[in-house]
Design a protein around this ligand. Sequence first.
Ligand SMILES: NC(=O)c1ccc[n+]([C@@H]2O[C@H](COP(=O)([O-])OP(=O)(O)OC[C@H]3O[C@@H](n4cnc5c(N)ncnc54)[C@H](OP(=O)(O)O)[C@@H]3O)[C@@H](O)[C@H]2O)c1
Length: 335
Amino acid sequence: MKVKVAINGYGTIGKRVADAVSLQDDMEVVGVTKTKPDFEARMGAKKYSLYAAIPDRMEVFEKAGIEVKGTVEDLLERADVVVDCSPGKVGAENKPLYERAGLRAVFQGGEKASVAETSFSALANYDDAVGKNFVRVVSCNTTGLARVLAILRDMYSIKKVRATMIRRVVDPKEDRKGLQNGIMPDPVRLPSHHAEDVKTVLPDVNIVTTAFKVPTTLMHLHSIAVETDDEVRTEDVIARFQDEPRIMLFSKEEGFTSTARIVEFAREYRLRYDLFENAVWMESINFHDGELYITQAIHQEAIVVPENIDAIRAMFELADKRESVRKTNKTLGII
Ligand SMILES: NC(=O)c1ccc[n+]([C@@H]2O[C@H](COP(=O)([O-])OP(=O)(O)OC[C@H]3O[C@@H](n4cnc5c(N)ncnc54)[C@H](OP(=O)(O)O)[C@@H]3O)[C@@H](O)[C@H]2O)c1
């Protein structure tokens, strides 16, 4: 029996989660939703069964010649779990709908942590989601930080983490907002909220974060300094990262001089140039005066996709952490 998954919100994250669910042998997509009858809705209707996220908009789709199978409520009736991929904060508004339908739900990082029983990042706290009804997959930046810190936490005694995030201003498809020529402290008031978000999945890690936005759409970049009680051998960290499929090492030696080059590689490597892995610069891994330095890039559109799959498996107790991560990695080509 496959777990029936509804995707509420077929945008940047929703379309990727839908495709990833379709690749699993223990779950299937029963439908996706949109509010607007645009090109993404047309694509969604071609690939999956499309439903109207706002019930009284059915007519708009019909007028545009896009087939809709019903309303979101009709879709929820057919599902065992809904992955809410609506815009930030809308997930919390949708939650009563899921509760009324008696459905489990996975929320995204644009929601407050309080929307769910637990926040989730597979390598950090898989077991916290086991058997839960409401789980929130943390944001792209937090997922990127949590993966690296979960690995290092198991290797060393961490005193303090300082991380600076240089964030892409918008996603590539967003043409209505942006930042053309400037560097924006965001938030201006420091430290940033990202550290608190990391603590929702790694409560014992002492971390402080700052964040800025720059005019790029491709990836985020993180500069991480991890103060340790132990002496760190960089070769041990590199070896452990090489062993971890959700981390991919890149080298300046091979021409990876910026996020542009990582994306150029990813364009050949995977559909939609989705890099589900943390892209860590090998040469950046360095231990100096008690601190381990790491620079990584995060493909914001893709990084949370494997975690959404693992969250569903944990909630339905379909597999333990090791098995779920192994299956997700295999099906998504994360090697
Ligand atoms: N993009 C990223 O980099 C990223 C990374 C990690 C996490 N996240 C989080 O993932 C979530 C989704 O972000 P996104 O970037 O995928 O947004 P998006 O591209 O704007 O997609 C949002 C989707 O939700 C639909 N929608 C709008 N109102 C809705 C409603 N009331 N109920 C259900 N669906 C509704 C939209 O349909 P219409 O277009 O038809 O209105 C659209 O398909 C957010 O919480 C965000 O913070 C985003």
